[in-house]
Structure formats: C-alpha cells, structure tokens
Design a protein around this ligand. Structure first.
Ligand code: TYD
Length: 204
C-alpha cells in the first residue's frame, strides 16, 4: 500500500519545524517507516539549490524555477520512491510555500505557478498539509529571539510576510480537506494533541 505524504507549512517563526521530528517519531511509534525531509532541499542537488535560494538574490522567476527544480529532484529521488515502498514522508514545506512566498509574497503570476505545479507534480499532492498560523508580530518576535543570522526570506519586510500569511490562508480556504490550519499560539502539548487527532482522522 502506498504511504502517506504529510507537509508542514507556515510563515517564518510560526514554529512548525519543532513539530516535524516529533510527528515522525509519533508515527514511527505506531510501527510506520517515516522519511523526514525538507524543501528547498532533501537531496544532494536540492541542498545545493537551497544554499543559493536562501542566500543569493535573483529574479523572481529564477527563484520560482529553482524551487520547482529542487522539488522535481526531490520527488524523483526521495518522495515518490518512498511512497511507492509504503513509507510515509513528512516534509517541511512543499508547493504551498511557493504559492505563498513567490505568489503571495513576491507577486508571481498565479497562472505561472499552476503551470509549474502541473508540470512537476500533477499526480502527487500531499495527503495532508498542516498549516501553522500565527499573527505576524508574534512570529517576528520568535525569529528575533532565536537571534541567528537571517536568510533572504526572513529578512523581508513585514508587509511581505503578511502577504505570505494571507496567501497561505487563501490556499487553505481553497483546499479545506487537505490543508488543516493549526493555531500556533497554543501550547506545545495542545498542538501535539491536535496534530495526533488530525492525523488519526485524515490518514490512519
Ligand atoms: P524554512 O523551512 O523556513 O527553513 P528554516 O526553518 O531552516 O529557516 O525554509 C526556508 C525558506 O524558504 C523559508 O523562508 C520559505 C522559503 N521558501 C520559499 O520561498 N518557497 C518555497 O517554495 C519553499 C519550499 C521555501
């Protein structure tokens, strides 16, 4: 039986990453084989592209094409073979991030996004997407508190991140059965309980 594909999304600082490994461990404790991965990245080539995407400035369409190039490789090398073997894949960001960041944040034409999405993964969509949502000021505070060097996206102005957040919510509205919105304000324990409940209802 084909495995399940679960993705995590949200604006920078929404706190999704701390839950990725936890969810994988929880699934493993139920006897499942789970691959944990991320985008951009997840393959040797994809991680090289990530370096460039997070650090080098480039034209919006170059950025979008490189995101999808890394994704194509990721699907071919890791995601599709794992799902075909019956393993589960838990991925930190996927195409909804391109929709939100390049589309919402930077204003990429939605028709171009759709062409690339159809080209690169017409027959593969996440079975479930967990969208961590948080007001911008709280998310920014978390990033500042982390006090590390910020990447090209994290350095963007507040209005960019607000557009990213709105695009994510709009996408969730358009795909209500796939995308579940998590209130990232909640305590770690409450978020974990909600994740368990959503995964049991939607995937198990
Ligand atoms: P992120 O998961 O935030 O990495 P980290 O937790 O290490 O900071 O992802 C890196 C950035 O890449 C993030 O700011 C969003 C951006 N991104 C896009 O702009 N488009 C995409 O399609 C993807 C996958 C990520």
């Amino acid at each position: 039986m084909r495995g399940k594909f679960i993705t995590f999304e949200g604006i920078d600082g929404a706190g999704k990453s701390s839950h990725v490994e936890w969810l994988a461990e929880w699934l493993r404790s139920r006897g499942l084989v789970v691959q944990v991965t991320r985008e951009p990245g997840g393959t040797v080539l994809g991680e090289k592209l990530r370096e460039m995407l997070l650090n080098d400035s480039m034209h919006l369409e170059t950025e979008t094409l490189l995101m999808f190039a890394a994704r194509r490789e990721h699907l071919a090398q890791l995601i599709e073979p794992a799902l075909a073997r019956g393993e589960w894949v838990v991925c930190d960001r996927f195409s909804d991030a391109t929709y939100a960041y390049q589309g919402g944040g930077r204003g990429l034409d939605r028709a171009k996004f759709q062409i690339l999405e159809r080209w690169v993964h017409e027959h593969v969509q996440p079975d479930l997407t967990l969208l961590f949502d948080l007001p911008l000021d709280v998310a920014r505070e978390r990033i500042v508190l982390a006090s590390r060097i910020l990447d090209r996206f994290e350095q963007e102005r507040a209005d960019f991140h607000e557009r990213v957040r709105q695009a994510y919510l709009e996408r969730a509205h358009a795909h209500p059965s796939r995308i579940q919105v998590i209130d990232a304000h909640n305590s770690l324990d409450n978020i974990r309980k909600r994740l368990e409940q959503i995964v049991i209802t939607n995937c198990l």
